[in-house]
Design a protein around this ligand. Sequence first.
Ligand code: GLY
Length: 370
Amino acid sequence: MADCDVAVIGAGVIGESVAYELAARGAAVTLLDARGAGLGATQAAAGMLAPFIEGFGRPLLPLAARSLEMYASFIDRILRDTGIDVGYARSGSLHVANEEESIAELKVVAAGAKAAGVACDLLDARQALEREPSLAPDVMGGLLFPSHGFVGAIDLSAALCTGAVKHGARLIVPARVRRISSRGAEMDIELESGGRLVSQQVVIAAGCWSGLIDIDGMPPVPIRPIRGQLLQLAWSGDPLKRIVWGPRCYIVPSGPGTALVGATVEDAGYDERTTVAGVRDLLDAACDLVPQVWQASLVAARVGLRPATSDEMPVIGRSRAVPGVVFATGHFRNGVLLAPFTAKAVADVVLDNQEDPLLAAVSPQRFGEY
Ligand code: GLY
């Protein structure tokens, strides 16, 4: 007899969203994490919701755009279920250019977005400074997407976990999963502590640690850590009105008197330290983009290990090798943005064996016998 219907391994924003969705649909869910909820890549996420900056020209864009469409109702549900305000705002974004070459690139993005029916405004230098007067005067132009926005990743993570538990999910932390194997129609989950759990199905949502779980019947999931450092600033000047994305950093005006500056992209293995080099590079880039950063206070430097695959696309879908296993991992730079889409798509697979056609681009089988 199984202990639960679905065990979700990993309580970052993806695992939490999946657990929340499954529990809300009536499944008996156990959510496990080796550390605690929201303590992996999620803790250093800026919470940017900007698919036409981060996904343009990539196969990620259809998933990212769909997930953005789902965001308002996702947040409404979470607020209704938990009463937690997660700092969600559709502020828009301004992608800033400071050389001819990047203006030309922005024109290509603007044409592509317009062809897809997505509203955007290509701005010259004067217009960009009118919209964001705090920008450095060397700005040459910008591309404004009114539909973009942000959400407080740490608050979202806390709310998702609360919501999942309110719907009956059981959170077990710390619980590091060592091995998963099939036992007849059920899945046997062995913990490093020596404990075990039996579940009907297992969702692998352990981010960059997904490949370290030994799953009988398949090779390790090919995901590696890519470090991201993020700065939290206390902002005393005129607040930015929207996300500002520059050539070497982005700034998210994530709340009153607060801004987040991100992010480094570093191949540093499982090293979760912040570094002087990372902090200095981000501060230099942010001061060049918005000189008021010189007046801000540095509140914190955060770090997270993003889960990256070789094509920088997530791995979402049911295993063919071990059908009790479903993947929801490898979201690299877009876990927060892709959370609503992933939660729904995974719940559809787990509970109804329904596969959203968009999952074809993120199939586990593109990497081999999974
Ligand atoms: N999505 C923002 C980042 O990865 O830095």
